[in-house]
Design a protein around this ligand. Sequence first.
Ligand SMILES: [Zn+2]
Length: 578
Amino acid sequence: MRYLTLQSLASSFLLLAVGAAVSLSAQTAQQTPSQAVPSTGTAAAPAAMPQPPAKPSDAVVPSPTRAEMLRGAYGPYRANNDLLYYHLDIRVDPEKQLISGKNTIRFRMLQDGTRIQLDLHETLQIDKILYGTTPLKYERDTSAVFVDFPQTLHAGQVYSIDFYYSGHPEETGRFGVMAFKKDTAGRVWINTACEGIGASMWWPNKDQWRDEVENMDISVSIPNGLVDVSNGKFVGKTDLGDGYTRWDWHVHYPINNYDVSLNIGSYVHFSDQLGDLPLDFYVLPEDLDKAKIQFAQAKGMLEAFQHYFGEYPFVKDGYKLIEAPYSGMEHQSAVTYGNLFKNGYLDRDWTGVGISPRFDFIIIHESGHEWFGNSITAADQSDMWIHEGWTTYLESLYVEYRWGKDDAIKYVNGYKPKVKNLRPIVVERGVNAEPTQDQYFKGTLMINTLRSVVNDDAKWWRLLHDFYQHFKYQNIMTEDVVTYFNQHTGMNLTPIFDQYLRHTQIPRLELLFGEEPGLVMYKWRADEDRFDMPVRVGTPGQWQIIRPTTQWQWMKTPLTKEQFQVASDLYYVDVNKQ
Ligand SMILES: [Zn+2]
């Protein structure tokens, strides 16, 4: 993203926001990941756990650009209004690779004001912004669009504007944002996937995570003969008489901007039902037979997640699985799929322990996001582990539902080699910062650890179910998760959550054996002073639960240093025996 000069600053507030973010970033960069733990008086520190090589970006906290700060901050021109509704009504010309149309944006003012902030990437043109028939003035600053009203908008009142735009979306990012492709038969195949980089790369909206519309209409006009599959329930299609047909979809629920999706191609359709829930599948004609076999897994996935969390969150919209030219994405009620119609992840044993080849990773993972990511959403990208840590854990719940607890624990532990432990999982807020991949693997290993801390599976299942039900359709932060878990377990889990989410290193159980067998000293080495997680030790099958703190304690044991074990499949911890 380009870094613009200060002359295009929109307001003095932004100067302040930018300054604050830069100084925060500098502080973060100065923090060292090493643990400040006093000497134990024992032998030299052991070598750290072997780690896979890391990408450079995992080790260094990148400084946010100005554009990222404008995208990430929930500034006054965002906070002064509450989104109610979008109608994205666009025409897509595959030949010219051109998108044009409008987004009708309805919102309620929360404070009196004359300005709101929307977003549209600078490669796209604003044709006009209308309030009724009145054209509105606006100021662009990187991807932010500050819209000015001629009169004060009043708190509590609902307003609607039509934001007209056009242009050639830049094909960029991991999944292409909006990619004008051809399928293997040379037919038009256009898909959108913009998580992270942002929906404002291809359509105008309030591009942040905290606020969502309550419902949405999506109208997509495309050349006759093509099919568009978007989010929500199919309403109908209308021949426009000029060689184009408009496909209308209605989303009955709140939706993330990045979940809004177009899938335009020569799709064929087949369908199924799970009780009253319609299941609709869209694939390219040549893949129909493979899809009918592979997509049968969707039913078992829905049954498993409904068992743990309750009803599929978007019943009125139905569940859809749509073939796409990239691996997959959790587009709400319109999950996109590109996993080769094979099990595992792109035909690989994803967690390397022989369980992943039993199921299609993309069907299970991306659909799991319907509960965590789409229904429950993080209010800032900094806390995205609420999407990815939980959904990765849902994979293991699917394994447990199908094949039992032992396989689920084995599956989760297969994620250990993927964890890098180079930066905390929760990153800087308000600057559009993206957490590292540890949010997936370390996040799920932390949740598996919490299950062992709760140490009562019936209570654990009730907790997970009620946690989801409590926060469904809401946008939440890590603090909400921690508060809920503390209140509903009666435990103080804050030091555990904080150690795993807000520090780089995992806790290490220090075990100190004497010359003679019979006695072992133990304590946690952790960044959180109050870290006091119980842990199972001794012999598998006859585990004994001890409650180490960050201070030395001791216990009697008949086991030698070699015999004494820690249940490290049930807790994601390092162990140092001396
Ligand atoms: Zn995911």
